[in-house]
Design a protein around this ligand. Structure first.
Ligand SMILES: Nc1ncnc2c1ncn2[C@@H]1O[C@H](COP(=O)(O)OP(=O)(O)OP(=O)(O)O)[C@@H](O)[C@H]1O
Ligand SMILES: [Mg+2]
Length: 355
């Protein structure tokens, strides 16, 4: 509350400063124009007394000068608005154009996934230089293998995904796809080859159609509708006010969490990239919707290397292998049956979180 009060106070102060500056300009402008009009009136009276101007001239000059004063006032108003808006635009542009931390290397290679093999070799990483989180992370995912990531909250599941998508660079070690270090790739080509459904679905303040189409810009409307149907989203989309043309607000605020996730799933279906990464992609769906979606998700996973992080262990119990994370390290790995027998952490998670 204190913080909010302080920010509101600062905003109020800047607003007052701006309005006072405008008032000063308006006052001096008013003063000068009134002086100008008064001087002109005196001159006109003088010329009229001397019979140098007619009554018609008098009225015409007075009319014209009042029009000119009006225009000057309008110009000041417009300048005031332009100043305000250009300030706001400046702020947004700085935000949009701020350089990204991860940059492509010189002569980066474009990725074209042939097999879908992923490996982490001696990866060391921390969000802060002095606090290393992954000390020596090693894992190998085979082509078309379906991998589950489990672990308590904060154990490192999303961090592994962030590194694979190259949102961050490791301090040392290599992350390779089909043997190529992702640090050597163009970020665009890397992300083109990965369908990613984030923990918090990334949606834009655009229509539902455009949001789904973002997965494949060249897709046509029929493809979008087909993907939405497969993602169990078509029914609720067609009930929205303008159907597929409904604008869903900043980050999709006008939709429920489950609806946002289904749009993100439809987008991934349309993209159909060879690597599929899902981070709690179905956490906000009720069990019935998730059950309906399961068949579609199974279909989506076919012939792809898949990584799924989930709290709901039932979602990933049938994966080929499951990695159990504990505080930035892989504690164990294997099939569900193996882990139930051999990993206490997994057993605890399974007992607490299966539903
Ligand atoms: N952007 C960030 N900056 C700094 N620290 C972060 C950032 N993102 C995550 N962390 C920290 O890294 C650790 C691992 O977080 P991560 O998001 O990978 O956990 P998670 O296993 O995905 O958890 P959850 O199940 O809650 O999603 C946590 O201690 C977290 O606080
Ligand atoms: Mg996470």
């Amino acid at each position: 509350m204190q913080l909010l009060n302080r920010s509101l106070g600062e905003m109020n102060l800047s607003f007052k400063k701006k309005e006072i500056a405008f008032l000063k300009i308006a006052f001096s402008q008013g003063l000068y124009t009134s002086m100008l009009v008064s001087a002109m009136l005196c001159l006109l009276f003088f010329l009229r007394v001397k019979n140098l101007v007619t009554v018609g001239d008098f009225a015409l000059i007075l009319g014209l000068s009042s029009q000119i004063t009006d225009h000057i006032w309008n110009c000041t108003e417009i300048m005031h608005r332009i100043n305000g808006n250009s300030g706001m635009c400046g702020q947004y542009i700085t935000y949009v154009l701020s350089p990204t931390e991860v940059k492509d290397k010189n002569n980066p290679v474009s990725l074209s996934v042939k097999r879908g093999n992923i490996s982490f070799n001696h990866v060391v990483f921390g969000y802060h230089e002095k606090r290393i989180f992954f000390h020596d992370l090693n894992l190998e995912i085979l082509p078309n293998e379906k991998i589950g990531l489990v672990g308590h909250s904060g154990s490192g599941k999303t961090t592994l995904i962030n590194l694979l998508l190259r949102f961050y660079e490791p301090v040392s070690g290599k992350i390779c796809i089909d043997g190529t270090n992702i640090g050597e790739l163009t970020q665009d080509s890397l992300r083109m080859n990965i369908s990613f459904i984030a923990q918090d679905a990334i949606l834009f303040h655009r229509s539902v159609l455009e949001n789904i189409k973002y997965g494949c810009i060249n897709a046509n409307d029929d493809d979008v509708i087909r993907a939405a149907k497969r993602a169990n989203a078509h029914e609720f989309i067609k009930d929205l006010r303008f159907g597929y043309d409904t604008v869903i607000g900043e980050r999709g605020v006008t939709l429920s969490g489950g609806q946002r996730q289904r749009i993100a799933i439809a987008r991934a279906m349309l993209k159909n990239a060879p690597i599929l990464v899902m981070d709690e992609a179905t956490s906000q769906l009720d069990s019935i919707t998730e059950m309906y979606l399961q068949e579609t998700l199974d279909d989506l996973m076919k012939n792809k290397t898949v990584i799924i992080a989930a709290h709901r262990i039932s979602t990933i119990a049938k994966m080929d292998r499951i990695f159990v994370f504990d505080n930035g390290a892989i504690k164990n790995c294997g099939s569900h049956d193996y882990l139930i027998q051999n990993c206490d952490t997994y057993k605890q998670l399974w007992e607490k979180l299966r539903c």
